[in-house]
Design a protein around this ligand. Structure first.
Ligand SMILES: [Zn+2]
Length: 439
């Protein structure tokens, strides 16, 4: 069990005990015992028992930012509420605001917190989901009777945001199926197992939920195709499929549909079946197609790596060049480069280039687009760079007209080579700013 999962279990135990009114000393005793049990068995009987005693809605309420144990207890005891939906109603109709130490502002924050929680618990970023899926695959692969585990679903399609984890578990044969389902329940970190027919849903202590497709070797290809594609892709493929298998690999499935193998990243039901049938599938970009990196921060601003370390690491990974782009002076929040630092950094880059004849470091900068659309530093300093990324880091709330004007003005500056993060969006954290229609 990884450190993150252990911490999550211990935090849940503490919160549940506090909800029951246990003292801090008692909480520590329970946590110590739970830590030992987790190390040995990968589960916690304390948490299992607490989950039976505490309404699941109260546990969810604890995850709303700004609602600690004391407030959740108060809500439960005074308003007799134990679900997010009831809490949402109470926040809307004034009951929550009327509680001592709450008020209108807190009620409004709770309402927003519930919305954010629903959004965040439904989706996570690809790299987080990939870590989770790999952890689960490893745990399942260790079970007796399992030959191999393949990560499928939207993680394999590499969507930016992931809601569901899907895995195909290939086992030794039909006789194995029932006993394997029993064993899934014992996999490390599993707290709940549901649906025992076509697929099995596993819920983990970490909060992850995974759909598991059980398959024999003879059908592994078909299972993987079904567990990977979007519903549209599967439906379109199914309509072309003829023959009754066996389908040991994905190629055999696509061949039976009269198609070449389609890369998972394209299996969205957005024209890829027609393209494959017509022999017009695009060649996808691969890691090895990338020749260099152009947006890299060093220890001169908010990065932790030196110019030389960047160069060595990039060269070791097979890249041919690297563009250093620290934040500009106005970005005080990230320790932006002062004009004097620019000279110092450029000397460092020149030295790095002299040491390596097979690798080139370019002098770049991420210059702030100021509120009026002009670039930080001004011409004299900007002229010293090989290239300039122009980015917005402040005043996200401008009107659409003003924001569009601001960005267009920055693009008109002859120093601008690249527009950085063009909408300011941070997936799951910040909405894009308004930009686009007209000047
Ligand atoms: Zn930036």
């Amino acid at each position: 069990m990884d450190k993150l999962a252990v911490r999550s279990v211990l935090e849940h135990i503490a919160a549940f005990l506090e909800l029951k009114g246990e003292s801090a000393a008692r909480v520590r005793v329970y946590q110590d015992a739970a830590r030992r049990e987790l190390e040995v068995t990968g589960r916690s009987s304390t948490l299992d028992e607490l989950r039976e005693q505490i309404p699941p809605g109260l546990a969810e309420m604890l995850r709303i930012s700004g609602l600690g144990v004391a407030k959740v207890r108060q809500i439960h005891e005074r308003l007799n509420i134990d679900s997010l939906t009831e809490l949402e109603d109470a926040a809307a109709d004034g009951r929550l605001a009327a509680l001592p130490r709450f008020g209108r502002k807190t009620a409004e924050n709770v309402r927003k917190g519930i919305a954010a929680l629903r959004q965040a618990s439904a989706f996570r970023l690809l790299h987080h989901a990939l870590d989770e899926a790999q952890g689960i695959a490893q745990a399942l692969a260790a079970l007796e009777g399992v030959r191999r585990v393949e990560i499928a679903g939207s993680v394999r399609r590499r969507l930016e945001l992931i809601r569901d984890l899907d895995l195909v578990v290939v086992h030794a044969g039909d006789g194995m199926r029932e006993s394997l389902i029993e064993r899934l329940d014992d996999a490390p970190g599993v707290i709940e197992l549901a649906g025992k027919d076509g697929s099995v849903t596993l819920r983990f202590v970490s909060g992850a939920v995974a759909q598991i497709f059980l398959s024999t070797e003879a059908d592994a290809g078909l299972s993987l195709v079904r567990a990977t594609g979007s519903a549209e892709h599967i439906a379109q493929l199914q309509a072309r499929l003829s023959g009754g298998g066996p389908w040991p690999d994905e190629e055999s499935v696509y061949r039976a549909a009269g198609l070449p193998w389609i890369p998972p990243e394209l299996r969205e039901g957005m024209g890829e079946i027609e393209a494959a049938a017509a022999g017009r599938l695009p060649r996808l970009l691969e890691q090895r197609d990338l020749r260099g990196l152009l947006h890299c921060h060093t220890n001169y601003s908010d990065g932790t790596t030196t110019v030389a370390e960047w160069a060595d690491a990039c060269r070791a990974d097979g890249y041919e060049w690297l563009g250093i782009t620290d934040h500009s002076e106005t970005s005080a929040y990230s320790g932006g480069l002062r004009a004097a630092d620019v000279t110092r950094q450029h000397a460092e880059i020149d030295a790095a280039n002299r040491r390596r004849s097979d690798f080139r470091v370019l002098k770049g900068v991420e210059a702030d687009i100021l509120a009026d659309g002009s670039l930080d530093y001004g011409s004299a300093v900007l002229d010293q760079f090989d290239f300039v990324i122009a980015s917005i880091h402040t005043r996200f709330g401008m009107t659409e007209t003003a924001m569009t004007e601001r960005v267009l003005r920055a693009l008109d500056d002859p120093h601008t080579t690249i527009l950085g993060h063009p909408t300011g969006r941070l997936l799951l954290a910040r909405e894009p700013f308004a930009i686009g229609r007209s000047r």
